[in-house]
Design a protein around this ligand. Structure first.
Ligand code: PBG
Length: 326
């Protein structure tokens, strides 16, 4: 048959690599690390096989394991020794993330990014300060503007401890501007902000909330995180963060929101990040345990698809295992 175009010509071994449009490299990945001030030994996270909460004394060792795989950046999450209404341990100089950051930045070459949110630190598990008596109110909401100051304080305390980048995830309106101003006033104008710019109210965060002990004690996060139904709104959210000085724009979760990743890529020239979240990790592992899916192959394909959609970097629990397999 006389066919002028035969795409299969370029699918042979030898030429495939030359025409490949997307590739994965360990330097694309950020590995989340959980540091737990309530334990003195490593605690496996059941719903996230292969991941654990580590005590402060093990934080450096844990990060060294990540670096051995070729991954160069970590994102730190903390489980504090105590929680209260205003999440004061989030911005304490002796807080768990602050202590871990000091150790990791002085003893390793890892690039340390810290998550900026109050949900792991508040007794009610919400991402900011609550409106008065909100616990009786099904329409509860977080007091937006009062939370801004606490987020800025948290970011400054992380930068003082040595954090190289901060990543606000609380979906508070104005958070990027407040944090930028706080960092600049404290002399940290070189510390970039990776904003969780389009963060959806997603059921895929389930395993993380076990891992970081940050589930809301009542209600949900639909008043501050985005509605999964909305795609155009994401462009407005991202635009606001870009105007406020975000250096890297993140979409979260990743796989169920690749349309949004592609939109951000098309409309902005900032670096785009995607967060391949805990539920995306747990799904593949659960199927893998049943013998229904090959975890490594599906993980690699997932990360490739996130890059193909337009992400430059990926925060992923698969960072170490995929980096090792490349
Ligand atoms: C904190 C935060 C969450 C995640 C990252 N930062 C949880 C949430 O918003 O409930 C989720 C990460 C994951 O599921 O892997 N706000």
């Amino acid at each position: 048959m006389d066919l002028p175009n035969r795409p299969r010509r370029l699918r042979r071994d030898g030429v495939r690599g030359l025409v490949s449009e997307t590739s994965l490299d360990p330097s694309d990945f950020v590995a989340p690390v959980f540091v737990d001030a309530t334990t003195d030994e490593r605690v496996p996270i059941e719903s996230m096989p292969g991941h654990e909460r580590v005590p402060l004394d093990e934080a450096v060792a844990r990060v060294e394991e990540v670096l051995e795989t070729g991954v160069e950046a970590v994102m730190l999450f903390g489980i504090p020794e105590s929680k209260d209404e205003r999440g004061t341990r989030a911005y304490a100089e002796s807080g768990v993330v602050q202590e871990a950051t000091r150790k990791i930045t002085s003893e390793t070459d890892a690039y340390v990014i810290t998550d900026i949110c109050l949900c792991e630190y508040t007794s009610h598990g919400h991402c900011g300060v609550l409106e008065a008596d909100a616990s009786d109110d099904p329409d509860l909401t977080v007091e937006n503007d009062e939370t801004l100051d606490l987020l800025a304080k948290t970011a400054v305390s992380h930068a003082e401890a040595g954090a190289e980048m901060v990543a606000p995830s609380s979906m508070t309106d104005g958070m990027v501007a407040a944090i930028r101003e706080g960092l600049d006033d404290a002399g940290f104008s070189d510390v970039p902000i990776m904003s969780y710019a389009a963060k959806y109210e997603s059921a895929f965060y389930g395993p993380f909330r076990d891992a970081a002990d940050g589930a809301p004690a009542f209600g949900d996060r639909r008043h501050y995180q985005m509605d999964p139904a909305n795609r155009r709104e994401a462009m407005r959210e991202v635009e606001l963060d870009a105007e406020q000085g975000a250096d890297v724009l993140m979409v979260k979760p990743a796989l169920p929101y690749l349309d949004v990743v592609a939109d951000v890529r098309r409309n902005f020239d900032h670096p785009v990040a995607a967060y391949n979240v805990s539920g995306e990790y747990a799904m593949l592992h659960a199927a893998g345990e049943q013998g229904w899916l090959d975890v490594e192959a599906t993980a690699r394909e997932s990360l490739l698809s996130i890059k193909r959609a337009g992400a430059d970097l990926i925060v992923t629990y698969f960072a170490e295992s995929v980096a090792e397999s490349l």
